[in-house]
Each structure stands twice: as C-alpha cells, then as structure tokens.
Design a protein around this ligand. Structure first.
Ligand code: GDP
Length: 446
C-alpha cells in the first residue's frame, strides 16, 4: 500500500503522544524528531523535511498546544494541515479551454507510463462526456504507436497516427486538423520518451510546444523512482515549463517520497496519480485526502466517488428490478462481482476506510488478493454452466455439479460453496426488499 511505512511510523508516534495526557515541549520535540526520521525514510527530499518539521514545531509550540486538553489531537491536526499544504493544498484540475479542443501534451522518460496514462486520461475524459483524440507522436518507436492504437481500440477512442518517419510537427498539425473536423474537444498527445533527459528530446518537445501551444503540459513520472522522479520533474520544468505532473505506479510505491516532495521542490502540482495497470486506475490527486490516508484517517470521499463512477446507474437500476422480480441469475451475480472488482484490490479499498489500515495489518499474511483469485474461480465455474443452469440453480444436481467442477478445473466443494453464496445473497436481498417495502426507491449500492 502507498505510504505504508510512513503511515505506520507517524501513527505510532502519535499514539505515544496520546498516551501522555499533558504534553511538555520535550514531548513535542521528541515527536518531531520521529516525524523527521519517518519522512526521511519515506525518501522525502531532505530540505522539504527540514522545512516541514520546523513549520509544524513552530505552530505546535507557538499555539499553546501544551495548554490544551487534547494536545495530541492538536498536533495531529497541525501535521495533517501541513502535509496537505506540502502536497499543494487543494486539488489542481486540468484547465479546459474555453474554445475547444483542449490540448494536453504528455511528456516523460521511457517506461514512466506515458502511453498508458494517455489511454487512462482519454477514458476519464470520455466518462465525463468528452470526445478525446489520442495522438501518437512517438516517432522513434513503432511499438509505442501500436501500443496506443491497441489502447484506443480497447477504449473505443480514436487514435491519430502517421507513417514512421513523419516529423512530429507534421503529425501534430494534421492531428489538430482531424480534431477540428471530427469535433474532438480534447487532444491528448503522447510524445516520445528517452531513457535519460537529453538536449535532442527537449528540442523536439519544445518544437511541439511552440507549434501546438498546448493548454496543459503534463509530465508523467514513476513514483517508484523516488527522488529521481523529483529531479526529472525539476529538469523538465526548467527546460520546458510544466503545468502539472501525473505520478504513476503509486500503487507499488510503499514509501511515497516523490508524492510528498514534487510540489514543494518544483512548484508543479500533481494532477493525477496512477494506481495500477488497469485503464480505470487513474485518480485525481487530492492533497487533503492523501494526507488523511497517511495519518490513518481514511479517505471515504474517494471511495464513494470511485464507486459512483464504477457502477453504471442504469445497470444498477436493472439489477434492482431483477431482484424485485426474483429474476436475479448467476450471470447477474458474476457481473456484479466483476464490477466490485473494478473498484480496486481489497488492499486498496481497505486503505481508504478510516481505521481499516490497522485491521489490514492484523490480517498480516492472509492473502489480501482474495477478490482477484477467487473471482477467477467463480468466473470459471459460472462459465462452465449451461445457460439454463445459470438461470435456475435449483436444477444443478450432484452429477451436474461434478461436471461443472471438472469443466472449470475446480473442486465440487467450490461449486457447492458458490451456489450456496449465491442463494444466500438472493435470500438476503429478498429480506432487505421486504424490510424496505413501501419506503420508496432503494438502490443496490446502499
Ligand atoms: P511509456 O514508455 O512512458 O509510454 O510507458 P508505458 O505506458 O508503456 O508503461 C510502462 C509500464 O508501466 C507498463 O507495463 C504499464 O502497464 C506500467 N504502468 C503504467 N502506469 C502504471 C501504474 O499506475 N501502476 C502500475 N502498477 N503500472 C503502471
């Protein structure tokens, strides 16, 4: 989980403070020493750490915290506010041009996740009712062009590409012509990357910038590279000028140093974070919510928004109707599970619920990818049933169960378990329908 080490250390530190009742200046100093160590271990830029700790300390001691009845709470509040400020304070959005199309240029080193992010951003825009056009401007790697085309096909988003060897200025020029004639209101340009920053790359990016005058230049950087990501951001910003950062692979970054330092070091806000390889795994970056997550206060707002954007309202209504009429089948059961899974891994979901971070730890080595593995089995089992069986589980007798187990490569017990789970879910829904009958509309999502 992101910020796992930092979250643990900070929460431990504050737990100690809470145990103190009244605080002395020495207690605060000791706590700040621990905060400092925790941030350094999370690979936060040392200058940023120094300033951060000084600020918190000044406020903590200056505000007569020591005199209040709940000094630890006040210290945590200050840390929360300062962490939020460190990451930019409020959410930084993409600037949508008053006269479309809005042009977004993605830049970054090879492997940072540029092409994937272009697809993710396209999808996010499409969900908002926009008509994006993806532009393949990585002229050196035909594979990169192909990759973007495959993504476009998957997402049903048009991709503009030209034959190998065409110069980038021509590509972007023609792409803009296409966007204007096809009424695309968002143009996302996937530029070439390099293994390292070099003059040639910068010149090329500058010429695109000069030519298309993008509304947003976003740098895509890999969070797992820690302070290197911050250095890359500094260079790109100095040479090209950036409007923001997309920080990718935050799902694999246990430390979080880049997320905490980028804004403070470069002045460029993080606008989005990549939370996985799936195309839905792009989230707007909210400094305040991220700070709450670090301090173990959870992030219910993000979870609710995620659920809302994942669950299709029409689908939900259809399911609700099916429940009411008792027409809910195993196919529907599977479709629902697949939707829940789109929310993310259990690990990610728990991290967003206040206090759940600790429960997770108690689970220890228990396989937290339950929904990942289990759903594969469930899929296999349901796909091994005949359509008739899926509509009516009552006909699935012993010999059918055996056949389904063999067909899906699972055990009869697993088939039994699934059928039982399905029947119980159905029973429970019926009960809930009964309880709320006459109280107006009800949604499946609660
Ligand atoms: P590019 O060279 O910058 O265009 O990088 P790609 O888009 O090809 O991505 C490189 C690799 O990083 C691919 O395997 C992606 O699936 C992976 N990747 C991109 N973003 C994320 C993310 O947010 N989380 C994870 N776990 N992997 C990512």
């Amino acid at each position: 989980m992101i910020f796992e080490g930092l979250a643990d250390r900070l929460q431990e530190t504050f737990k100690k403070l809470r145990g103190h009742g009244k605080l002395t200046e020495a207690d605060v100093n000791e706590a700040m020493r621990e905060v400092r160590m925790a941030l350094l271990e999370a690979d936060v830029n040392f200058k940023v750490v120094k300033e951060f700790v000084a600020k918190v300390k000044e406020r903590a001691i200056g505000q007569d915290v020591l005199e209040t009845l709940t000094p630890a709470q006040v210290v945590i509040k200050i840390v929360n506010e300062e962490l939020t400020a460190l990451m930019g304070g409020t959410q930084s959005r993409i600037m949508i041009a008053s006269k479309p199309p809005t042009v977004i240029m993605l830049v970054g080193l090879q492997g940072a996740g540029k092409t994937t992010s272009a697809g993710k951003l396209g999808l996010a825009m499409k969900k908002q009712g926009k008509r994006p056009l993806l532009v393949a401007a990585d002229i050196y790697r035909p594979a990169a062009i192909k990759q973007l085309q495959v993504l476009g096909e998957q997402l049903n988003i048009p991709v503009f590409a030209m034959p190998e060897g065409t110069d980038v200025v021509t590509i972007t020029e023609k792409a803009m012509e296409q966007a204007n004639s096809h009424i695309n209101d968002i143009v996302i340009i996937d530029t070439a990357g390099r293994l390292h920053i070099n003059e040639e790359l910068m010149q090329e990016l500058k010429s695109i910038k000069q030519h298309v005058k993008p509304h947003e230049i976003l740098l895509v950087v890999d969070a797992m590279t820690g302070q290197d990501a911050v250095n890359v951001a500094e260079s790109f910003n100095a040479d090209l000028g950036l409007d923001g950062v997309i920080l990718t692979k935050l799902d694999g970054d246990a430390r979080g140093g880049a997320a905490l330092s980028v804004k403070a070091v470069t002045g460029c806000p993080i606008k989005f974070v990549g939370m996985g390889e799936k195309l839905e795994a792009l989230e707007p970056f909210y400094p305040d919510r991220m700070a709450s997550r670090i301090l173990g206060m959870g992030d219910m707002l993000s979870l609710i928004e995620k659920a809302q954007s994942t669950f299709d309202a029409d689908e939900t209504k259809k399911m609700e109707k099916k429940f009411r009429k008792d027409e809910f089948t195993l196919d529907d059961f599977l479709a629902q599970m697949q939707q829940v899974r789109k929310l993310g891994s259990l690990d990610q979901i728990l991290g967003m619920i206040p206090g759940m971070g600790n429960i997770k730890k108690k689970l220890g080595d228990v396989d937290l990818d339950l929904n990942g593995k289990e759903i594969k089995h469930i899929e296999a089992i349901i796909y091994s049933m005949t359509p008739k069986e899926r509509r009516d589980v009552n006909i699935i007798n012993g010999s059918r169960r055996k056949r389904i187990a063999v067909g899906s490569g699972t055990k009869v017990q697993e088939v039994n378990k699934l059928i039982k789970q399905f029947s119980e879910a159905k029973k429970m829904m019926k009960k809930m329908q009964g309880m709320t009958k006459g109280k107006g509309k009800q949604g499946l999502g609660g």
